[in-house]
Design a protein around this ligand. Structure first.
Ligand SMILES: [Zn+2]
Length: 454
């Protein structure tokens, strides 16, 4: 995406909230003055005319402004969060140097013979480079060093999302590792943790820090516009029937409420649907086919069968200076297509990860989502039954665990050790992966162990 377009998107994203604020002010004025004061509290001079309906006017105004308070609270909380706590992942220390080099290269290209080709690459928004690459990727071998800052944040957890080589993904634009579930947003040119979408209506990137407030905002928008639609429709019909006239402001509020109300309601259903699965709008694009690659901690390497039924990766890399950290070994396992390691197994548990643990959290835009807490030992995000199943199938459940799991694990180890290829193994995608690479990774495992024992 060209820089000019990015700037334009950001400018629009900052202006639209002001525009929406103007519409809300107009709607409230049209409801209060032309409807409640000028119509419901009016005392007509004609005989048999309605008497002023003070109670009805007061009731309608109370409901309107209570809904407005909730709507504005959610909207302000959302915008403040998006502006000051957007969930960006810090750029790496080499980012500034790499950026200056890229700009210098682009300047040379623009002034040379390859101007047209360069423009074509810029339109792709990547300047011809892979934005998301793995450690040691063939396309970005020099993207970062083995001791790159931040790698330990991954291997000190028990589970992290990885690439086929078992190492976390690297963003060559931010010069930083991409946290689990992070996505590089081209509008803001930053990696964003659990990015949902770039939303000009709320002024920026909706991510893990703001998704709860976004849901609350569209929920209260749906209630507010729904209330306006019902009230305006009733009084437009009444005025037309009794006096044969229409009020332009009421019609405008009705039309605007219908437009924004339908839009908000559709967004609300969509957002609740993806929260139901503990997913995000971006993850939802390929939710039914996506295969997640995970590095899962091996509790005791010496308990593993030989050869291991899955590839193994060890951290910290032997070539680094981080040798003071005990080495941790991870099985590289992958889910079946359509499975999510972050699906906690029940819709309610998934909803709580975003909306909070109490009804007050669900309704009031105060606390952040529980999923923004990344201090768990298990992983940056809580993982669900899929990871437990992968552990059991791979025999990674510690021997001190329950008898059932232990027996199952032991039975599976025996089968794997003997290379028996029964029906269960055929159905397990990790066994298929292992058949392709077990020999190579067993050799790698042996190589890793040798220097440690010296
Ligand atoms: Zn990035």
């Amino acid at each position: 995406m060209a820089c000019g377009q990015k700037v334009a998107n950001l400018a629009v994203a900052r202006i639209i909230p002001l525009f929406l604020g103007g519409l809300i002010i107009y709607g409230c004025w049209a409801f209060t003055k032309p409807l409640c004061i000028d119509y419901l509290l009016d005392t007509p001079h004609e005989e048999n005319a309605r008497q002023p309906r003070r109670g009805l006017a007061a009731g309608l105004l109370v409901v309107l402004y209570v809904l407005l308070v909730f709507l504005l609270a959610a909207y302000l909380r959302l915008i403040v969060t998006i502006v000051w706590n957007p969930g960006y992942i810090p750029r790496g220390p080499e980012w500034r140097q790499v950026r200056e080099n890229n700009l210098s290269d682009e300047t040379k290209q623009h002034s040379g013979k390859h101007r047209r080709k360069s423009r074509s690459r810029q339109r792709d928004g990547t300047c011809g480079r892979d934005v998301e690459v793995g450690l040691g990727s063939h396309t970005e071998k020099s993207a970062y060093r083995q001791d790159a800052v931040g790698l330990e944040a991954y291997y000190l957890k028990d589970v992290f999302v990885c690439r086929e080589d078992g190492k976390p993904t690297w963003c060559s634009t931010c010069c930083q590792f991409k946290s689990d579930r992070a996505h590089h947003c081209r509008e803001v040119d930053r990696c964003v943790r659990k990015m949902d979408h770039f939303c000009p209506w709320v002024g920026g990137v909706v991510s893990e820090t703001s998704f709860k407030f976004f849901i609350q905002f569209i929920f209260y928008t749906t209630l507010f516009t729904g209330f306006n639609i019902i009230v305006m429709a009733v009084f437009v019909a009444e005025l037309s029937k009794e006096r044969g006239s229409v009020n332009v402001h009421w019609i405008l509020v009705l039309a605007l409420s219908a437009f924004f109300g339908l839009f908000a309601f559709a967004m609300l259903l969509s957002s609740l649907h993806i929260t139901w699965h503990n997913s995000s709008t971006i993850e939802n694009l390929d939710r039914h086919t996506k295969v997640w690659m995970l590095a899962i901690l091996i509790p005791r390497l010496e308990d593993l069968p030989r050869p291991a039924s899955f590839p193994i990766v060890s951290f910290p890399p032997l070539s680094t200076t981080q040798s003071s950290i005990p080495r941790r070994h991870f099985a590289i396992l992958h889910t079946k297509p359509g499975e999510s390691p972050f699906d906690l197994g029940s819709p309610l548990a998934n909803l709580k990860e975003v909306l909070g643990y109490s009804i007050v959290d669900w309704l009031l835009p105060l606390k952040h989502s529980p999923c923004t807490d990344h201090s768990h030992q298990e992983g940056a995000f809580r993982v669900g039954p899929v990871v437990e199943r992968l552990r059991r199938e791979a025999g990674l459940v510690p021997s001190r665990s329950s008898g059932g799991s232990n027996a199952q694990s032991h039975h599976r180890r025996k089968r794997t050790h003997g290379h028996q290829n029964d029906e269960g193994n055929q159905g397990n995608p990790n066994q298929h992966l292992a058949r392709r690479s077990s020999e190579r990774h067993h050799r790698e495992h042996r190589d890793h162990r040798q220097p440690t024992s010296r």
